[in-house]
Write a protein that binds this ligand. Structure first.
Ligand code: MN
Length: 418
């Protein structure tokens, strides 16, 4: 019996906070060690190994160390590009790793007229055949699928894996409604396993002619939404597939690198101080040590400003109590006092003027000439000034200095007064 590991959407380098970045790298390292421990014959990574095409070298170095361990043990890594690995007209880290022989890019396209032919990579040890389509920025891989010569792939004999990094229309999770996807009918039929990536939610599917369609979900987490799901307890990990001429079993292997705590607060109708007291009281007894904590607050405060809820201080307190990381999501939190003004149906210039007037009235300004109409006028002038692009050949430094100087002049009393 042979086996391979399949995972995707590792997004190394996605998070800037050191604790999360370490966790990303630790999870990847754990995944590679798990692969070796489970005795897989090869590893297939279906895109978004890194969060950007040209990541921080420290992140690359650490990931490389984990991959070299697999290489030393004779376990090859096959990969395709994800939408994040792609750099237009440039060289991506995946290219470098591929040139160095750390991994093998299995996207081998050749164009014959309007038709796309895919080269097949044969894994030496198991004889498994892998064909794959890399992603391009913003779902442009759809065109690859349209042009794909499916017949040639369908005629390939033996155990076949199709690797791709795209959502499939038929299996799109509801919350990704607006995401561009590829129709399943564009996939070549009759492969033994369809190794997916791109969808940050785990799923196993099948359709007539398409068996074993698997999206493993992110290995750790890529975005804030993933972080919330992880904190809520969603398992992250990789697939191990056993095969012998056909798929004998496929198993999800969770990687428990982090424990999470998710808290959600609807602060609708409370004033800022009340809301803050409620949240901090509720979190007082929570066990947070070593955990990834996500706090989401939403609703419209009846009084006070969002900043007066004191969520930042609450976060600092949770960190002090030993939490690994606290992610604060207050995007849905508003205050009646500071709710944004809405002007519509007017010329941009007059919308700007009214916006400056109404916002200006909310702050206390010491300088007489910056209040009311005068202030709005100067704000408009600053806006007009700072909209100017640099002059031809002007250095960034000189442009910055000029903007600062002209900006100060625009704010000064007596200037441009009428
Ligand atoms: Mn991704």
């Amino acid at each position: 019996m042979h086996r391979f590991a399949h995972f995707a959407d590792v997004h190394l380098g996605a998070n800037r906070e050191p604790a999360l970045q370490n966790l990303e790298l630790e999870t990847f390292d754990l995944a590679t060690r798990k692969c070796a421990e489970l005795g897989v014959d090869f590893v297939l990574i279906c895109g978004d190994l890194f969060h950007v095409g040209i990541p921080d070298l420290g992140v690359v170095n650490s990931a490389l160390r984990s991959m070299m361990e697999l290489k030393k043990q004779g376990i090859p890594i096959y990969a395709i590009y994800g939408s994040h690995d792609y750099t237009p007209n440039g060289t991506s880290v995946i290219d470098i790793l591929s040139t160095a022989g750390v991994l093998k890019n299995v996207f081998k396209p050749s164009f014959d007229g309007g038709s796309l032919r895919l080269g097949v990579t044969v894994d030496e040890k198991t004889g498994a055949k892998i064909a794959g389509i890399s992603a391009r920025k913003i779902g442009l891989e759809g065109r690859y699928f349209d042009a794909l010569d499916r017949g040639a792939l369908e005629q390939e004999k033996g155990f076949k894996i199709f690797a791709f990094h795209s959502g499939l229309t038929e299996f799109k999770p509801d919350h990704l409604g607006s995401m561009e996807t590829v129709d399943s009918s564009l996939l070549p039929k009759g492969f033994d396993y369809y190794a997916g990536g791109h969808i940050h939610q785990r799923g196993e599917f099948s359709l007539p002619g398409l068996q074993n369609v698997v999206f493993p979900g992110p290995l750790f987490t890529g975005y804030g939404g993933d972080l919330e799901a992880t904190a809520k307890g969603e398992k992250r990990g990789l697939y191990v597939v056993e095969f012998d001429g056909r798929v004998e079993s496929k198993k999800f292997v969770p990687l428990d690198t982090v424990q999470g705590l998710f808290k959600e607060y609807n602060l609708n109708g409370r004033n800022a101080l009340e809301a803050g007291a409620m949240v901090s009281e509720d979190l007082k007894g929570a066990s947070v040590e070593g955990k990834l904590v996500v706090v989401r607050a939403h609703g419209e405060l009846s009084g006070g400003k969002v900043a007066e809820v004191g969520l930042s201080a609450i976060r600092a307190n949770i960190i002090q109590r030993g939490a690994l990381h606290v992610y604060l999501n207050r995007n849905g939190l508003k205050s009646r006092e500071t709710a944004g003004s809405v002007f519509s149906g007017e010329e941009p210039v007059s919308i700007e003027r009214r916006l400056f007037l109404s916002e200006g009235a909310k702050v206390s300004v010491g300088e007489e000439h910056l209040r009311g109409e005068g202030g709005a006028k100067r704000a408009e002038e600053l806006l007009r000034l700072w909209r100017q692009p640099p002059r031809l050949g002007e250095m960034k430094k000189d442009y910055g200095a000029r903007m600062t100087k002209e900006g100060i002049m625009a704010l000064e009393r007596g200037e441009n007064q009428d």
